[in-house]
Design a protein around this ligand. Structure first.
Ligand SMILES: [Zn+2]
Ligand SMILES: [Zn+2]
Ligand SMILES: [Zn+2]
Length: 138
């Protein structure tokens, strides 16, 4: 989405580049939709599961990727340019296609404003739209 390659992605988010981190970043840079942990594992050659979990955790903390939790199995997607350490800025929605079962990050003009009752504070707003994606509609 950002048009950066995996080396640039790591650099931008102050992550030291290791061969493994580059491999994982590559998976995200080349993914056309959000991916599950299983799909990430399938694309990696040699890996240790603990290292993979740690890598995903630090990617998430540094604003490289975000987790999409509300479509069944958790999926991960590359963040856009605005995300930084401990701070994700998302103005996109997640579109889940019923036909191909893929989840996409989709930019929209505006997000609905949510007015919460007193003493509730919002940390994050995740919007899932379900339907048919542009590929499946063609
Ligand atoms: Zn983000
Ligand atoms: Zn589709
Ligand atoms: Zn997203």
């Amino acid at each position: 989405v950002s048009g950066l390659n995996s080396i640039q992605v790591l650099k931008k988010h102050n992550l030291r580049n290791t061969p493994f981190r580059l491999q994982v970043a590559d998976v995200f840079v080349n993914a056309e939709a959000a991916i599950t942990l299983k799909e990430i594992e399938k694309k990696l050659k040699d890996f240790d599961r603990i290292t993979l979990y740690r890598t995903l955790k630090s990617f998430e903390q540094q604003g490289v990727i975000h987790k999409i939790a509300s479509t069944g199995e958790p999926k991960y997607a590359l963040c856009q340019d605005k995300c930084e350490e401990d701070h994700h800025h998302h103005d996109h929605i997640h579109f889940h296609c019923d036909s191909c079962a893929k989840t996409f990050c989709v930019d929209v003009d505006s997000l609905p404003g949510i007015k919460l009752p007193e003493n509730y504070s919002m940390k994050e707003l995740e919007i899932i739209v379900k339907g048919t994606c542009s590929k499946c509609n063609n």
